[in-house]
Design a binder for this molecule. Structure first.
Ligand code: VGL
Ligand code: ZN
Length: 184
């Protein structure tokens, strides 16, 4: 019975000044760094879009593969990451969920490592965090969402509250980072 931290899309383009920068997106970084050593395994996802992605009909172009915008926020302790997932890599693929990663099958990896529980954090609450947390439940994992380590886009006011409600109703457990007190 092991637990993994899933760090969703803590990338330059989702942080202030980035192509799809969200308010206080960078503020998740110190929170994530403060808990990163508590887990058996640390997994990240990165939005990794081709320039001609259909996804850019709905969003300003962001996180284009192999660009600075697609890199992790420079302060994230990325050297602690065991598995780096890439998603949204095909031009017809939104790839909101880390479970849609194209370079590795996340369920297979978790099974192989005996991970039963996922703690989800990162960007953004109302898109990729939500999609990943809901897929995690659907794939049969105990799923926690770390509410002070996520930030929303809020295309419409209140989208963040709706997303939290949806995750909770789907079976996710909402926790704050200072509640994470593990035995080992
Ligand atoms: C995301 C919008 C577009 C996210 C990705 O990481 O939540 N949001 N692409
Ligand atoms: Zn995207």
């Amino acid at each position: 019975m092991k637990k993994a931290l899933l760090i969703v899309d803590v990338q330059n383009d989702f942080c202030p000044g980035g192509a799809l920068g969200v308010k206080d997106g960078d503020k998740v970084v110190p929170v994530i760094n403060s808990i990163i050593d508590k887990f058996d395994v640390v997994i990240s996802s990165q939005d990794w879009h081709p320039e001609d992605s259909v996804h850019f009909e709905n969003w300003p172009p962001h996180c284009i593969a192999n660009t600075h915008g697609a890199d992790f926020h420079p302060d994230l302790k990325s050297e602690k990451i065991d598995l780096k997932l890439r998603k949204g890599t095909a031009n017809k693929d939104d790839g909101y969920s880390a479970f849609e990663a194209t370079n590795v099958s996340l369920p297979d990896y978790l099974l192989e490592k005996n991970i039963t529980t996922l703690y989800v954090c990162g960007l953004t609450t109302d898109y990729c965090v939500k999609a990943s947390a809901i897929d995690s439940i659907d794939e049969g994992f105990h799923t926690y969402v770390i509410t002070d380590a996520i930030k929303p886009v809020n295309v419409n006011a209140g989208d963040d509250k709706k997303a939290l409600d949806e995750m909770y109703k789907h079976g996710c457990i909402l926790v704050e980072s200072d509640e994470l007190k593990f035995d080992s």
